[in-house]
Design a protein around this ligand. Sequence first.
Ligand code: GCU
Length: 414
Amino acid sequence: LLCGLSAAHAETFPTVDQLPSRPELPDPLKPTTGPIVRTVSEWEMQRRPELAKLISHYMYGQLPERMPVLAAVEMEDTKAYSGKATLRDITLRMGNADAPPVHLLLVIPNDGKKTHPIFVGMNFAGNHAATDHPKVRINPNWIYPKYPGVTDNRATEASRGSQVDVWAIDQAIARGYAVALVYSGDFDPDRTDLRGGYQPILRQKLGRPHGAADFSTIAVWAWGMSQVVSYVRELSEIDPARVAIVGHSRLGKTALLCGAFDDRVQVVISHQAGCGGSAPSRGKIGEPVERINTVFPHWFNDNFKTFNKSPDRLPFDQNCLAALVAPRSLLFSNAVKDTWANPDGQLEVLKSANSVWQLYGKAGIDSAAKPVMNELIGDRLGYFLRPGEHSMNRQDWKAFLDFADREFAKNPAK
Ligand code: GCU
């Protein structure tokens, strides 16, 4: 017999076959039942929580709960970057002192300002690759084999500084920004068959078997970014009201997910994220859902795989994830030749999320907006397209900094 009370409390979600096929992007403002929401409070009380639940259930899993952050400064150089910045190599541990170490590189401009805006970024190759500072620790964990100086999945001294132009830290310093970087693999190595980092701990904390709706790697990375945001916001040199996050590609998907669920972040930059991030799952250009779920089965939860053949049955699309960022600022940046990430589809995603910014009375992006090469377009929903390929470089950083400047000018330091 079904007890009325438990039935009312049990959360039930239709399976893929019970969901209707919808070829168009679902309207972020249209709840599953009932009329389109027309006020901020209806959005915040009703539709936004509904979307957050659907997106968690069918795609990423719920982000793990935040934990206290323990920090130890291992090295400080107050005259780094030719005296222009203070650099710290820090160990963070999440939850308790026995938890796995996360290496954090923190660089703060020596510009005499009391507080600074900050970029929190997650990288692919370890912090030692983003700087040529000789004392930053070489990351000891599993690292992707394709990066320079990596042998048998371990970084060597030869990888130091190999990503300096990817992170362009000197450029951020010159513009008055602090930068905090962590390596994704410290939180969760990007492997199906290897489980270091925090995923085993987070699974254990669930207190029940890990299921098809539960978090996987991208959610663990996004949780990790939020943990770093928690740490930097407490620093006296950082303005907690001016936090930007950035990631490229799979880590751009991560930055978007983190920003959607962490409203302490004011500027979200998802660079060339593509499928499973900034591009529509219903998109016909670039990477299909089935392909991403097959090649990277550990990125999303198992429910997402049930949509391999019919992403048109998802009760949301990435426009709805983008909408969770409203009314904060969100930038999708792209390169013309990176069609795998579907740059045109990403612009459509932003336009379709715009109604939520409108609800807040904030300028997002115009429905007639067209990409202008090398130019930042849009307002709080920004879009940037440059020539070239799938990569992150100094030109991208100029766009990131311009976008963040524009947002923070609306919200200057006290
Ligand atoms: C692959 C994958 C993309 C991903 C990219 C990256 O190309 O298919 O989804 O964004 O790797 O992370 O570089």
